[in-house]
Write a protein that binds this ligand. Structure first.
Ligand SMILES: Cc1ncc(COP(=O)(O)O)c(C=O)c1O
Length: 457
């Protein structure tokens, strides 16, 4: 896949000055170039590739550089800041812990950790009464897989160890998470992949047109396995590359099949949880109940924290001190998570995402229809949306054009992270759930203008 990059030669762009956006310099800002050069020298090139903004401050729905520019944020970092950037209650909670000070505790007990685990359990179905805290989403997904395998093997013997996952899936970048992920390219470095994983085509309806649950059953069979071999199924509650949601019927059958075969169902909510889709967790859209829920990103709207929430019998499989991490439930992220969850619940930001989704979804559908030869598919729910940019009138991805569109938005003061998707063709939109209506409207207007300019009217 060719890599397309942002223009790094400063050029004059139209000045913008509104309540939500200010562009007052050339872009990229000429004074910022030495910083990008330093970054190239001291960080791996893998860290390059986002729109060239040097973040200096981020507050509410805005990101500021130190040269006077202000972007309206449609990235939420990378679906982190569901409660908005730098929420005052989150900042105050962090400050309180810093001022004590209580900066690290290992797994010695601290009160807020207990409070957070109780609060997380209260957001999950009855019977999923325990939460285990980690730092990164990738640790949460790997841990969930470890738990599912341990459950299957300890109950039924070593045969029940296979993990079913999906093509196109993303569960993180550490080794185990890459193995369960759906990208063949991302796995090349592992060279000798172990057995015990089956990748079922995700029923997205675009690249994989057959969305029937039979494909799931047949893929497992073709791999030479029966349900007695399967320990767990892991899936993002929506696949980030679309965002792609399970068809209702498929999800219902998946849930039933897992229950019938005592297969641990893991919903990876690292990206989709904490109100993003208009429900607290995205799996709540489906007629199924997971056994383990992986959380991250929006759990704090800020600092790094992840969690697995799960069924008591599965969560207690590991004896004392055998499933821990140095920074499990570290005091600062825990304080941030508690404050964030209180804001999300008190202000019903899931409900707000659901309410805003009407206008958001309708606008994305209208724009996609207007550019139907260039937008192969458009998906959205709550305040997450994606448009797949394709070569005219085909299903062939056009990552170069997706990047050009993303750059045109950036130059107008609307910030998204670089296009995602299996081929880099997806313009992904994920504003903070606190986005005011007029800011949403303004963002949609900017997107519409940029689409007309880049994709042609
Ligand atoms: C669905 C999903 N799972 C897991 C991860 C990995 O999380 P982290 O980057 O915090 O390790 C991500 C990150 O983008 C994700 O979107």
């Amino acid at each position: 896949m060719a890599t397309y990059s942002y223009n790094m030669v400063p050029r004059e762009v139209a000045k913008v000055e509104t309540k939500w956006r200010r562009i007052c310099t050339s872009l990229p800002v000429p004074e910022s170039l030495p910083l990008f050069e330093r970054m190239r020298k001291c960080e791996p090139i893998s860290m390059v590739g986002q729109p060239p903004v040097v973040w200096d401050r981020a507050e509410g729905v805005n990101v500021y550089d130190r040269w006077g520019n202000m972007w309206l944020d449609w990235s939420s970092g990378v679906l982190i800041t569901n409660a908005g950037h730098g929420h005052p209650e989150i900042c105050a909670a962090i400050r309180e812990v810093v001022d004590k000070p209580l900066l690290s505790t290992y797994i010695f007990t601290h009160e807020r950790r207990i409070e957070l685990c109780e609060l997380l359990a209260s957001t999950a179905p009855k019977g999923l009464d325990k939460a285990y805290l980690l730092s990164a989403g990738t640790e949460a997904t790997e841990t969930a897989v470890k738990m599912a395998r341990t459950y299957g093997m300890s109950k039924y013997g070593s045969r029940k160890h296979v993990i079913v996952t999906f093509t196109g899936a993303f569960h993180g970048r550490t080794m185990g998470a890459v193995m369960i992920g759906g990208s063949k390219k991302a796995k090349e470095w592992i060279a000798e992949l172990p057995g015990g994983y089956v990748h079922v085509p995700f029923p997205d309806g675009f690249y994989n047109e057959d969305t029937s649950f039979d494909v799931f059953l047949q893929t497992i069979k073709d791999a030479g396995y029966t349900p007695d071999d399967i320990a767990g199924v892991i899936s993002e509650a929506y696949q980030g590359v679309g965002p792609n949601f399970f068809p209702d019927e498929y999800a219902r059958k998946l849930g039933k099949w897992c229950k019938a075969n005592d297969v641990v169902l893991i919903m990876d909510e690292v990206q989709s949880g904490f109100g993003r889709t208009g429900k607290f967790y995205c799996w709540q859209w489906y007629d199924l109940v997971p056994d383990l829920i992986c959380c991250g990103k929006g759990i704090t709207s800020s600092l790094p924290l992840s969690a697995v929430i799960g069924r008591n019998d599965i969560m207690d499989l590991f004896p004392p001190r055998s499933m821990t991490s140095t920074h499990s439930g570290s005091p600062l992220p825990v304080a941030a998570a508690l404050a964030n969850l209180k804001v999300l619940l008190r202000e019903d930001l899931s409900g707000r995402a659901q309410q805003l989704s009407v206008r958001f979804g309708e606008a994305l559908d209208t724009l996609s229809a207007r550019h139907r030869t260039r937008i192969g598919a458009c998906y959205h729910r709550g305040l997450v949306g994606g448009m797949l940019v394709v070569k005219p009138g085909t299903k062939e991805p056009d990552p170069g054009m997706a990047l050009a569109l993303n750059q045109a938005c950036y130059e107008r003061g609307l910030l998204m992270f670089a296009p995602v998707g299996i081929y880099g063709e997806c313009i992904k939109i994920c504003p903070p759930l606190t986005t005011p209506e007029d800011a949403l409207e303004e963002g949609l207007y900017v997107l519409s203008e940029a689409m007309d300019e880049i994709l042609g009217e």
